[in-house]
Design a protein around this ligand. Structure first.
Ligand code: GRF
Length: 203
């Protein structure tokens, strides 16, 4: 299974996928890493792993559509089976999400459908939630709204602040994202009629 990973920053989720691949538990080839921001840590992680990486600086495009068009052209050169958004902080146009519908995953640090958008950890704290978590979902044209493939729940501990809660969530991100990608690679995780289906056995 050939995968292209899109990042915007530290790339800790990318690193989890790289580590899974190296450990032999993740039967994927990461063909390329694309960042919309230059000079981020995730690009170094790709280079250290010997993975081709490129930067598509969104600031050098006149419009969101122009950026997405160029991004799709770059992605399609690698003929990916799966596109993985890993800390990719861009809102994508409907044309782009429809192009990869059913073969594009995202990870969002909340128990969707709660807390779509940003600052999810602070919002959970402000709401006094006793539980919080993270969701891997198929990407549709609804921001942070596609069908959920896997979720992890973490407790909110008295005294938590956004940073301590984010750290607890991130630990689970690095568990469930490789698992979701593995299931997709095994042909077990599919998106049908806007639902994520997980087969008990590989197809
Ligand atoms: C993570 O908190 C993830 O939930 C969100 O982006 C943040 C950074 O991810 N999608 P990464 O460390 O760049 O993979």
């Amino acid at each position: 299974t050939r995968v292209v990973v899109l990042i915007s920053g530290s790339g800790s989720n990318l690193q989890a996928l790289i580590d899974g691949q190296k450990a032999g538990s993740l039967p994927v080839e990461i063909a390329c890493v694309i960042s919309n921001r230059p000079g981020v840590r995730g690009l170094e992680r790709a280079a250290e792993a010997g993975i081709e990486a490129l930067t598509l600086d969104h600031k050098s495009f006149a419009s969101r559509e122009d950026f997405d068009t160029e991004l799709a052209q770059q992605i399609d050169q690698y003929r990916p089976d799966l596109v993985v958004l890993a800390g990719f902080m861009r809102i994508l146009t409907p044309e782009f999400t429809q192009r990869y519908q059913g073969r594009m995953l995202n990870i969002h640090p909340s128990l969707l459908p709660k807390y779509q958008g940003l600052h999810t950890h602070q919002r959970a704290l402000d709401a006094g939630d006793s539980e919080h978590g993270v969701t891997v979902h198929f990407v549709t044209d609804e921001l942070d709204g596609g069908p959920a493939a896997i979720q992890a729940v973490v407790p909110v501990i008295p005294g938590d602040d956004a940073a301590s809660l984010a750290a607890r969530v991130q630990q689970q991100e690095h568990v469930i994202y490789p698992l979701a990608v593995q299931w997709f690679a095994e042909g077990r995780l599919t998106m049908t009629d806007n639902k994520a289906l997980l087969d008990s056995e590989p197809l």
